[in-house]
Structure formats: structure tokens, C-alpha cells
Design a protein around this ligand. Sequence first.
Ligand SMILES: [Mn+2]
Length: 389
Amino acid sequence: MLFAHIADTHLGYRQYNLDEREEDFYAVFDEAVDRIIHAGCDFVVHSGDLFDDPRPHVKALVRVREALERLSDAGIKFYCIAGNHDLLMRRGAVPPQKLYREVEFLTPARPVRRHGDVLIAGLPYFSKIHRRVLVEKLAELGRMAEKRSTCVLLLHQGIRKYFPLEYEVDLADLPRSFHYYAMGHIHSRILDEFGKGVLAYPGSTEVWRVDEIAEYERSGKGFFMVDTEEISPERLEWIRLERVRPFRRVSFESADEVQIVARTLDGRRPVLKVEVRSTQEEFRRIYREVVEQLAAKALYIDVKRLEVGEDAGRKGSGERISVEQLIRESMKDHSSGEQELAVELFRRLAAGDVEAALAAAREFLEREGDAEWTRDSPGGEQLRLEGFR
Ligand SMILES: [Mn+2]
């Protein structure tokens, strides 16, 4: 049997508030459906975040209905679980997948289906605080899978081994009796041997967040096709989607370089991430050139200036943000003594030193005079040291 494993389609997402970006997400999903039908798959598993929002707008709901009807007309079943984006964390909330008759929606109450010889099990996204419940349910599903010929498990979780900064579970939490671990949640492509076969994340089908660009440049975006005859990393087929919106990163140090890049841009308009490394004065020239040469050739341009000599890999806007500066600015109407006290309290408390913060506050009150403080402070309220404890 042949099945497709797709995840994190985030339908309805409207990046940069652009019609085109919303359409891009539908277009790649439609392409995936075309290729699934063309390949003659028996079924599809979707590992969560079908929609970008638990309350998708009507257009997204309709586009999904059209795609599901095409699959259903071709005799292809659609199994899915809820990702963190599909779930409204509220008692009694109904996920949008419930709208469709064609969808086999795997839930904690009903986590298992049989498709011919294949056992398909799945659970929705569990946050880290509910890990214990998830692990118990996984052990149960693991026992169920033990004696079956082909077992597929759908999960929408980060695993510590691959994503040490963004995980809910350890690899050891997963039962080892499944043949294919159809993972979602993490937007990059991962392929590993695990259990009786393969653990795979296909990643998202479009560039959903800027930090996915490097991975997109390496692997593209797409999904997996799996033949149940032999489930191994080597036999898995990666289907690279062609309608994915191109993203390009370029960096300029002078205005002359802009034209060179402009000549390379024809065809589908990309999203451009432009980094300019220059003085403020040169930046204005480059910025003008970027607008003149590139604006018509790109769908969206994001320009960021870096200081000369600054590390390009650094995150953030390129401007250094100082919390102390922000405190002083937000307290413009206060005396400089009060501003200094606030900065001092921030430094001490950020370091976890409550005693030093108390001492600084006491010293301030003694210096400025208790009576004066209570009269002149904007709220007219007495500063109570005990409040810090
Ligand atoms: Mn996602």
C-alpha cells in the first residue's frame, strides 16, 4: 500500500497580510493533493496544523473542502490529528476538522483506525505540562501495535533529540512497536530510523516563519510518500513541491550591487530578505536603489540594516535594544533619581538579588526623604518595601 505523509499546511495563513501569501498556502496544498492523486496513493496522513487557526475563515474552510472532495472522489482516505494551531484550548471547543465527512479525525477518545492491513493511530498535540498523560496513552497505543503487520503513528510534537530548544517529549517516551512515525509540529525535514522503521517530519509546506528560510534553501518544502512494503529511510520518497513561493536572502554593502541582483530576478516574484551592511548615509542610497530596482520584481521586501562589522547571523532588528534605556525612556516624567532607582531595581531583581534590591530602595528613600516621596510621586502612594517580598 502507498500513503502520503504531509503536515503543517497552515491553511488560511495570510503572511504579511497579503492575498498572494494566503493563496500560496492553498496552492501548495492543491499541488500536494494533485500529486497524491496522480501517484495513486491509498490514503493520506496529515500530522496536524491543517489550518493556521482553530477558527479558520470561510475561504480556508471551503478550499479544504474542495481538496478533500477531490481526494474522496479518487477513493483516497484522509486521516488527521489536531495540531496546536487547530486546537482552541477551551472546554467544549470543536476543531474545524469536525466539519468534514471525508476526514478520519483521530482523537484521544478514538485514536485508532484500520485501513486494510494497516493500523493507523494518532493523538492530538499535547503541551509539555500534559506530557505524563501523553506518555500513558502512547504506551497503550504501543501495546495495541505490537502484533500488527504495519502500524503508523501520527503525532504533533517536538522531540528533544532533534529540537532541544522546542520539545515536549523525549524519543524514549515513544513506543517502539510502530513502523512509521508520522510527525508534525516542527517545520523542518527530519528523517531517522526508529522503532520498527522510520520516524519522519516532512516539515511545513510553505515558509511559515522567517527562520525556516535556511532549511527551505537546503531541502525545499514538500511531503513524503511511503510504500508499506518496505518502510526504511532509503525507500521513502520525498516529494518536493514546486509551487512554493521562492524566498531569497541577499546582502548589500553598496548601491551598485542592487542592480546585479535585480538582473537575476525574473519569473515568480520572491519574498526578499535584504540585509544592508553600511553606514546610515550609504543605507539611504541603497534603500532608494532597492525600492527602484527590486520593488516591482519581488512580492515583498524586508530590509534590515546591520552595522558595519556586525555579525550577519544575529537575530533581531539590527538595533541593539537596551532594557535600561527603555526604562529611562518610559520614565521621562520622573526625576533622574527615580529613573536610576528603577534601573537599579531591574538590574538587581533580574540577577535574582532581592536583598540588594531592597537595600537600594531603602537607601533611595532615606536619601530622597520619605515624606517628600509620598507627596510628590505621581500616584501619591507610599512605596511599601514589604511589597517586594
Ligand atoms: Mn505548525
